[in-house]
Design a protein around this ligand. Structure first.
Ligand code: ADP
Ligand code: MG
Length: 261
């Protein structure tokens, strides 16, 4: 049985996709069988994994609409070693089309069930909203991992996300847990960031990963080469930080999953 994790934060540009593809590549390097599910119509995880989203079919759209089986949507993700269910603009329409379908929150859970045993980890790259798409992610996941920048307003948005996770857990998916927060795009030269990073750790304790991902240009350059940063430039600071994060995830995941909330 795989562990299904949503990489989520309703804010855009906070490092969800970068975290998804680098964690996927890192876990793959550590011998795990990983599936990435691109649940964002922007298709950045798809492109950043070396798969051309433009004319891609079938995608996550076909899967959610029940037009294709998971097995037919899963692709090798370029040179990464992991596999992916890709996404593109088609998915934007799904948001509206899903509303009228039966089990609209559970479409992804139902669709992934037949392939769940083929992987150790399934990582879902969520869109920047708390929409029906994200809800489908939360309803099939065991846990939510939240990348966050160490900025003042970052904490404000967290409350909404945590309330959503709590509600989904109470009403729709009792197995869902907030796994932990990951501090990303960290710049130690900015004193406010160091302060917020400390505050986050003090407030959330072991619900914060020890790994801290620095702001690193090699991580930002990697997607245009269709590679996660950990493969694009292994010696970069960003790559090393994401590899440390992947190892920490692997070490701590059983403990997180054993917790009750
Ligand atoms: P999201 O998926 O939350 O919208 P992304 O992962 O796409 O966020 O990141 C937003 C932008 O920031 C992208 O251009 C990405 O390449 C860049 N980026 C992400 N993490 C880092 C980092 N640690 N250092 C430098 N640039 C980063
Ligand atoms: Mg993204």
């Amino acid at each position: 049985m795989s562990t299904i994790l949503c990489i989520a934060n309703q804010k855009g540009g906070v490092g969800k996709t970068t975290t998804t593809v680098n964690l996927a590549a890192g876990l793959t390097q550590l011998g795990q069988r990983v599936l990435v599910v691109d649940l964002d119509p922007q298709g950045n995880a798809t492109m950043g994994s070396g798969v051309d989203k433009t004319a891609l079919r079938p995608t996550i759209y076909d899967l959610l609409l029940g037009q294709s089986a998971a097995r037919d949507c899963i692709l090798d993700a370029g040179e990464t070693g992991y596999r992916i269910i890709g996404s593109n603009r088609d998915l934007a329409a799904a948001e509206i089309e899903l509303v009228d379908l039966p089990r609209r929150n559970l479409r992804l859970a139902d669709a992934l069930a037949p392939v769940q045993d083929d992987f150790d980890q399934i990582l879902i790259d969520c869109p920047p909203s708390l929409s029906l798409l994200s809800l489908n992610g939360f309803c099939c996941a065991h846990g939510v991992v939240v990348p966050m920048q160490c900025e003042y307003f970052a904490l404000e948005g967290l409350t909404d996300l945590m309330n959503t996770v709590r509600q989904v857990k109470a009403k729709l998916n009792p197995k869902l847990k907030l796994v932990a927060l990951l501090r990303v795009m960290f710049d130690p030269r900015v004193s406010l960031q160091a302060e917020v990073a400390e505050q986050v750790k003090a407030h959330f304790g072991d619900r914060v990963f020890d790994a801290v991902i620095p702001r690193n240009v090699r991580l930002a350059e990697a997607p245009s080469f269709g590679l996660p940063g950990v493969l694009f430039d292994k010696s970069s600071k960003g790559a090393k930080a994401y590899m440390a994060f992947a190892q920490e995830m692997l070490d701590k995941l059983p403990g997180f999953m054993a917790k009750s909330a």
